[in-house]
Design a protein around this ligand. Sequence first.
Ligand code: AMP
Ligand code: MG
Length: 354
Amino acid sequence: MTDYQNKTDESTRLLPATAESLALAASLLHRGDLVAFPTETVYGLGADALNPEAVRSIFAAKGRPADNPLIVHIHDRDQLEQLCDIPPKADLLMDAFWPGPLTILFPRKNTVPDVVTAGLPTVAIRMPSHPVAAAMLKASGLPVAAPSANLSGRPSPTTAQHVLEDMDGRIPLILDGGPCDVGLESTVVDLCHGQPVILRPGGITKEMLESALHAPVTVAGSVLRPLEPGEKALSPGMRYKHYAPKGTVTLIDGNEDSVVPALKQHCLQDLKNGRRSCVLCFSEHVSALKACNPHDMGSIHDHAEIAHRLFDILRQLDEEGMESVYSEVIPPEGVGLAVMNRLGRAAAFRIIHA
Ligand code: AMP
Ligand code: MG
């Protein structure tokens, strides 16, 4: 077991997924070491979920607060028996969405170390569909606890290069599987407390869950607003300043005719005052905003593409040293809810109505 606490000297290998690198990943996991791997949502930083020391080294490598629980990744439903009980209706969701970007909370068994669940009575589990994730899980045969493979506080990594930026020298291996498909973290759903609740929106939408469950699904109130003082986060990760670039992000809401001029006015004013400033806008508005360092979020009609690009753009803003950022918004429906949850947090829910 390696001590990752103050480590910056170990060289990190970035390897394409081959039979050889997958076997190396499996042996590192069995030894209690960490491996970063691609999933269809974002890159994960994995350790043997049943080895508390190995799981502790995830928190050290990321600088992650110990009260923020991890998701356990499996490749076969037979692995559930060892980890948890299965609440009514969970089968409907597993049948419909596994393997895929849906995390389900289950009542945990004692085999799951406290460090994985941050002491909560539930354990979050998902079965990823990415072929490299599935192959690594199968090769190791282990349930693998994995949060996103970024330093705590940075946007989740959606390419192997993002992982290397954050984890170089801190972990022995990154498996490169190219850019992640969804680009936002998994949907987290709680079936353990009566009516199903989405704790964190993602690529599997409320509408998709309702159609699989034949029942209404609610969305946790804190998804589209900041937590109130003293309010308990149902999804502990929501407590943290996860998605915020260093600059000030402001959202601009309104109709198409008013938003573009407002973006331009605010950004140009800041540029005039000597601030590094830019706009995040739809592809359709890039040319109208060419004086404002436009960052193309994707077409107004393609919310999945906007989700796919968002974290890469948030990382770029820091690289460019942006001090103020003005962004368009999309309706919080379908995958738009997940986009607005992340973008809203990046903006600390600062919004101007144009
Ligand atoms: P990450 O993969 O970095 O987004 O981290 C996993 C996230 O899943 C955490 O930040 C929590 O918000 C959520 N999560 C994991 N386990 C639980 C749990 N037992 N109850 C509620 N939320 C959880
Ligand atoms: Mg994370």
